[in-house]
Ligand binder design. Structure first.
Ligand SMILES: *Cc1c(COP(=O)(O)O)cnc(C)c1O
Length: 486
């Protein structure tokens, strides 16, 4: 007879380090001092910071266990809409870790930083090539930071014409950071309703655009995952009244190598290198949100600007109309190395294919699930698709229940209750890097959950069932955070 000793795993409870602390434990051992104690030691007796007392292995296990509770892209699928949580090839991390890059000092003289400067110049050129824009600054540290730089450029442009425009048009399908960035620059946001089919109509834009409006900020593809098909016509309307067109390009993952925003009337845009160009994100940074402009706006870009002069690379401050510096030194350099490495390793056909697969995967999910979940905009989508809980409402199961139950099936929940124009939205972005097998498993999990709702909706309120902590009171956690394990 063969004995089987199987285990489902070890799930450790993990108290706080302070709760595990015992006086006298230490993580090191040093020889006893061979000099007499002096006054300083005595003065500090019993004082100083309240560090827990633990051995080295206790500290190592504590942090390693916590890291194992984490869920990330290296663990499983993370279909977060409007965020492009895609897998990033490790080769690009490796390049950023090369000592010539990782140890480069921002204050090193330019003649010993030629490689780093060349990378900046060439990355700007690659991003311009991909977007059809004329010039770029890699300084902004996030998408929202790129938007802020873009809005400052809008302002500088209008001021150079001797006027101060006060308003800006922002569609209801824009990302939430857009109105915030515009407000930081003193613009008043004028909301634009999207049409029946989820995209902007030129007629409404024409009605709202006037000579006091600086321009429009369009998220394209928009947060419904739809392509703004009328963008060119809308750009003509905006330009006709002396305004500028801003494109939020954080969702470039859907159109890389397929659409060049610079050729369809976009004047200023940003990219999220930490979404599209191979920097992991979700942990809050660091990131990079380069801002790109058409030719007539290049003089307003942040300084210093990396340039090639003869056969040398320099950082140039010779740009009197610049909006100034957006970041210390030259942005988050390690992120820029990853993007450079990603673009070169993918090549133009590879980048194009990444977008094609991202769009194909989202449409596959949309088609497979549209009989199970309500699809408010039933038309081809870009990199993400938006469902809602409308069909589950009569069973009193909600989007939140569905999202929580997905955790039990091993998936990170998608974005929920966003975009706001879809009540109970479930916004799914599979990205190009998920295999058909994983996407099919995700679809099966979503179908299984819908069947569970029909059979026993109350059980869904209990989800997640297989996690260390069950459903959290998120409002209380936000209002009364308790950081000591109480
Ligand atoms: C993520 C995102 C942003 C904001 O980018 P951050 O780097 O988080 O500031 C802006 N717009 C869109 C469409 C996004 O998806």
């Amino acid at each position: 007879m063969t004995e089987k000793l199987t285990a489902r795993g070890i799930v450790q409870e993990e108290p706080l380090l302070w709760e595990k602390s015992k006086p006298g434990k230490t993580g090191f051992s040093m020889p006893r001092r061979d000099v007499d104690a002096c006054a300083l030691d005595e003065a500090l007796q019993g004082e100083g910071p309240d560090f827990p007392n633990l051995s080295e292995v206790e500290v190592i296990r504590h942090f390693t266990r916590l890291s194992q509770w984490n869920f990330g892209l290296d663990t499983g699928m993370y279909p977060l809409g409007s965020c492009t949580m895609k897998y990033n090839p490790k080769i690009n991390d490796r390049q950023a870790g090369l000592s010539g890059f990782a140890s480069a000092h921002p204050l090193a003289p330019q003649h010993v930083s030629q490689g780093a400067l060349r990378l900046l110049v060439e990355l700007e050129q690659f991003l311009c090539e991909i977007t059809g824009m004329h010039a770029a600054s890699l300084q902004p540290a996030a998408g929202a930071h790129g938007e802020l730089a873009g809005m400052m450029i809008f302002n500088a442009f209008h001021q150079s014409k001797g006027v101060q425009r006060t308003k800006i048009l922002i569609p209801d399908t824009a990302h939430g950071t857009n109105p915030a960035s515009a407000a930081l620059c003193g613009f008043k946001s004028i909301p634009v309703r999207s049409g029946e089919d989820g995209i902007l109509t030129p007629e409404l834009v024409a009605e709202l655009m006037d000579e006091d409006t600086a321009g429009i900020m369009i998220t394209n593809p928009n947060t419904l995952g739809l392509y703004e098909e009328n963008l060119k016509e809308i750009a003509d309307i905006i330009h006709g009244k002396g305004g500028l067109v801003y494109a939020d390009g954080a969702n470039m993952n859907a159109i890389m190598g397929v659409v060049r925003p610079g050729q369809i009337g976009v004047d200023v845009m940003h990219l999220n290198l930490h979404k599209t160009f191979s920097t992991p994100h979700g942990g809050g940074g660091p990131g990079a949100g380069p801002v790109l402009v058409r030719e007539h706006l290049a003089r307003f870009l942040p300084t210093p600007r990396p340039e090639k002069q003869g056969d040398h690379y320099v950082l140039s401050d010779a740009c009197p109309d610049s909006i100034g510096r957006m970041h210390a030194f030259y942005g988050n350099f390690g992120i820029l190395v990853r993007a450079y490495s990603y673009i070169l390793s993918m090549g133009s056909e590879g980048l194009k294919n990444a977008s094609r697969y991202a769009v194909l995967n989202a449409n596959y999910i949309k088609e497979k699930l549209k009989d199970t979940y309500f699809l408010p905009y039933d038309k081809p989508c870009m990199h993400e698709c938006v469902f809602s809980d409308q069909l589950q409402k009569e069973s009193h199961a909600t989007t939140l229940d569905i999202a929580k139950r997905l955790i039990d099936y091993g998936f990170h929940p998608p974005t929920i209750y966003f975009p706001l124009i879809v009540s109970g939205a479930i916004m799914i972005e599979p990205t190009e890097t998920e295999s058909k097998e994983d996407i099919d498993r995700f679809i099966l999990a979503m179908q299984t959950i819908a069947a569970e709702i029909q059979a026993d909706p109350d059980r869904l309120h209990e989800a997640p069932q297989f996690t260390k902590v069950r459903r959290l009171d998120e409002v209380r956690a936000a209002r009364n955070p308790c950081l000591t394990g109480c």
